[in-house]
Write a protein that binds this ligand. Structure first.
Ligand code: APR
Length: 250
């Protein structure tokens, strides 16, 4: 399917990063953070009440992600993008992950549906800053003009970025192959993406060691770890070449 596809959409979730040992939101709430209520750390109200604690929490998670490395699943997805691009075929990666590992693995066509731990946004102007030095030296962090920065992630009760949803919808409407990888398919709108792709006539594939609510609606449910099976799929579709992890530049 992948070898023949012309317009590919991939949706990823926390499972793709599990093999890089990225703690999920809840897993990260250990040690010092164990006593906090998620509502106080991941809502606009929690941030308004205690911006110092909330930004310390996101900075802690940002540093944990920087310590992690992309795994073979991430690297295989980066190769899929390169292979399709070199054949003038379309590819887009829609991710619910905020850890930035897809970009670090080499994917360029990435839509971060839930934002990114590497993006911080001015609470007054909305201006976004990426890849700021870590850790910050004051909490909450501030711009040079002294205005407060907030994490560029989508909190409980917030809307997903409208342009991300629009791009996702356009690509789902026209794709001919859709993968849902490492996502429990329970959090909307991403949980509905495989049905949208199917309605558009695409073949649909799920990769997850466990069954999900989407498993019965897809053409192929591959019960395996992403890091184990994606490199195999890529090799079947495109051959063994391109061993270099970020490849392409010799
Ligand atoms: N390879 C593939 N899938 C895996 C792997 C792996 N190695 N390990 C675990 N999984 C699967 C699990 O079986 C589970 O179905 O990944 C899925 C992870 O599900 P969730 O933790 O619910 O993550 P996700 O689907 O990304 O959640 C969506 O919910 O908590 C919010 O904002 C958070 O972005 C997150 C959103």
């Amino acid at each position: 399917m992948l070898a023949d596809a012309r317009r590919v959409v991939v949706l990823t979730g926390a499972g793709v990063s599990a093999e890089s040992k990225i703690p999920t939101f809840r897993d990260a709430m250990e040690g010092l953070w164990a006593s906090f209520d998620p509502q106080s750390l991941a809502t606009p109200e929690g941030f308004a009440a205690d911006p110092e604690t909330v930004t310390k929490w996101y900075d802690f998670r940002r540093m944990k992600c920087r310590e992690a490395e992309p795994n073979p699943g991430h690297l295989a997805l980066a190769r899929i993008e390169r292979e399709l691009e070199s054949r003038s075929r379309e590819f887009i990666l829609l991710t619910q992950n905020v850890d930035g590992l897809h970009r670090r693995a080499g994917n360029k066509s990435v839509v971060e549906l839930h934002g990114s731990l590497e993006v911080w946004r001015c609470t007054e102007t909305g201006e976004e800053f990426r890849d700021l030095p870590a850790p910050f030296d004051t909490y909450p962090p501030r711009t040079d003009r002294g205005t407060v920065l907030r994490p560029g992630v989508v909190w409980f009760g917030e809307m997903l970025p409208p342009e991300a949803i629009e791009t996702a919808g356009e690509r789902l409407d026209t794709c001919d192959l859709f993968f849902a990888i490492g996502t429990s398919a329970t959090v909307y709108p991403a949980a509905g993406f495989s049905d949208l792709a199917r309605a558009a006539g695409a073949s649909t594939v799920e990769i997850n060691p466990d069954a999900t609510p989407a498993s019965g609606h897809v053409d192929e449910s591959v019960r395996a770890r992403a890091g184990a099976v994606l490199p195999e799929i890529v090799e079947l579709a495109f051959g063994a070449g391109d061993a270099s992890p970020r490849g392409g530049n010799g």
